[in-house]
Design a protein around this ligand. Structure first.
Ligand code: SF4
Length: 170
């Protein structure tokens, strides 16, 4: 949302508006790059809830991490991919997974997607991560996976992709 033509002298009162308190104009990098499909609130193809989970995970990352560089994190609630998870720095694809005999909402985690003149689909690096453990998994991933680090350097040298292990029993 863009609110144009605000004189400098009025910015102070504008940012006090309730709407801008719930939708901050100076959102953190985690929130600036956050995208989610509608999930099972409005789509009968969804296998997980996406929007509230996306917000919850982003809030946890915001609280636990400092100095996060610009990063995009996209959620899709099913393989149709309306959240464009394959073109994000971190893409999350909803699924159901069996953990300790129980079926739970989970995601596959992708990294390194991008659009633009040199588009590149993201690579899947983690499977069946339960949604309730995702924030702690991403806490280890996000600080090391900014856009700059995920792609080739200016000298054309490839940067290695992350290796992250997830325990489903802890
Ligand atoms: S990605 Fe799947 S769940 Fe999300 S809006 Fe598209 S069809 Fe629905």
């Amino acid at each position: 949302m863009i609110v144009p033509n605000i004189p400098d002298r009025r910015i102070g009162s504008l940012v006090e508006e309730p709407l801008l308190r719930s939708l901050p104009y100076n959102a953190s990098e985690v929130f600036k790059g956050l995208v989610s499909c509608v999930g099972n609130d409005y789509c009968n193809l969804a296998v997980i809830e996406t929007k509230s989970r996306a917000l919850e995970v982003a809030q946890q990352l915001e609280q636990s991490l400092t100095g996060v560089k610009p990063i995009t994190m996209h959620w899709s609630g099913c393989p149709a991919g309306c959240g464009n998870h394959l073109v994000a720095d971190i893409g999350l694809l909803g699924k159901r997974a069996k953990v300790n005999g129980e079926v739970v909402e989970a995601v596959d985690v992708f990294v390194g997607g991008r659009t633009g003149p040199d588009p590149k689909p993201a690579l899947k690096i983690l499977e069946d991560v339960p949604c309730n453990k995702l924030a702690s998994v991403l806490e280890g991933l996000v600080p090391y996976h900014t856009r700059a680090k995920l792609h080739k350097t200016g000298r054309g040298k490839a940067v290695s992709r992350p290796q992250v292990e997830v325990s489903q029993n802890s």
